[in-house]
Design a protein around this ligand. Sequence first.
Ligand code: PMP
Length: 545
Amino acid sequence: MKNIYELVRDNLKHLTPYSTARDDCKSRMSIYLDANENPYDNGVNRYPSPHQEELKKKISVLKNVPVGNIFLGNGSDEPIDLILRLFCPPGKSSMLQIVPTYKIYSVSAVINDVDVIDCPLDEGFALSADRLLEKVRTDTRVIFLCSPNNPTGNLLDRNEVMRVVEGFDGIVVVDEAYIDFAGDGSLAGEVGGHPNLVILQTFSKAWGMAGLRLGLVIADSFITGMLSRIKYPYNISILNQAKASELLDGAVQVMDKVEIIKNERQKLYEKLQTLPDVVNVYPSDANFLLVKFRNKQAAFDSLVEAGIIVRDRSSEYGCENCLRVTVGTPEENAALLKVLGTSAEEEKEDGTSLRMAEVRRRTKETDIVVRICLDRFKEPYIRTGLHFFNHMLEQIGYHSMTALDVVCYGDIQTDDHHTVEDVAIALGEAIGKALGNKAGIERYGFSLPMDEAEASVLLDIGGRTDFIWDVRFSSDRIGDVSSQMFEHFFKSLAENLHCNLHVRACGKNDHHIIEGVFKAFARALKQAVYRNPAAGGIPSSKGQI
Ligand code: PMP
């Protein structure tokens, strides 16, 4: 692998970037007479921060990547252009892309006088690393991959993408604009070991901020640093930064919408296949479906007549007679299906109310949302900025079979203490709130030995509060969390859930021991919150708990 510095265009290697007086003067100022702004406050009279520190801190928590590996652009279209400018000498270089794919890569390349090489995808729009790498020329500086790909909707095979990253001596951009609809498919975690890998994401799709213009690069800090040097200084406006920051506080709600969209995608996928005019609906990991019709024009025209606009992709390679349909709200999708000749099925009401609660806890040290539903499972959405703590909280979600979401923007630059403790408080409160009057619950939970490490967690969620902790670790830290914080976590949780909690564990490996404890706690919780249909009443001989 070449040194990335060598790949940068010669004229940019020694660029002195534009800097502001505020960059040169880091301490806090109170009177700003440096930038020829209008001094009278109207909310936007000052230039925005060119470094977007606050926004990047939140995004770092949400995306599980250090701030230094993040670059923010005005949409992700801006970094597409900047990457070409950074690495491709005009008139003397080429970029390689799959086809069909997102049009802006080639449009930006032409604008920057960079030659475009196309590599058709295989059957089923699959990527073959070998076929792609065969197309690389000596002047090829950048490869663009899009996963999930637009307009085909499919995630590219992870191993094939990594073979491209490892087999190419230039920059590989993986555009993950639709990754939030694809479960666990992001390659952002690979950036650490691969300095030529550039991940592009956007807040325009799942995050619902298309109108704001906010895109994201996750890459080696050398690349994010170079992008910052060549961008226009104030590329993200004050309004954009403030609104995005506000919307990121609703991350848990965003994930709800993503789940609805994914369910709707599945329904549309199944329904559209039943239509006689539909030849194929391509499987999608994104928020749209590529649909091949017998006569796409007839389908397109009837939709337009009903006021519904979809994207005609029939002129793209391999997409003859294809329309690309974005997944809308359930009502919008039902309208689409009706025009195309089928109906959306009515939702079945199951009648039982779900026990769920959301707790928002804001202090100077942490800003937390914890949400739990005790009667349904979904993939946990956990973002605390502490990787190991995330991993442990995920165990609670998976093994208690609940729907657990935790987002915490905490002062982890100080240490892990407030984040761990405050999440425990909010989680305890949330479980307690979700339990409501506790009618019908099993009340007690007992758990079993886990792996080679024995962890036992006994739980009574009847309302009595006691805490026993008999767990010993051999090292001070486990991952990025100090070992002593785990006792504190469970103690704070017990106090706020008002439960008896007895935790005992031993073993050789600290990671196994604490993972065993979190899993055992989750299992005990699952048993204790279970609503026994045969019970119904309050699980106490006193008649109240
Ligand atoms: N990448 C892909 C694959 C896209 O489909 C789009 C928008 N359609 C973008 C990037 C650009 O997104 P934005 O500029 O809104 O961030």
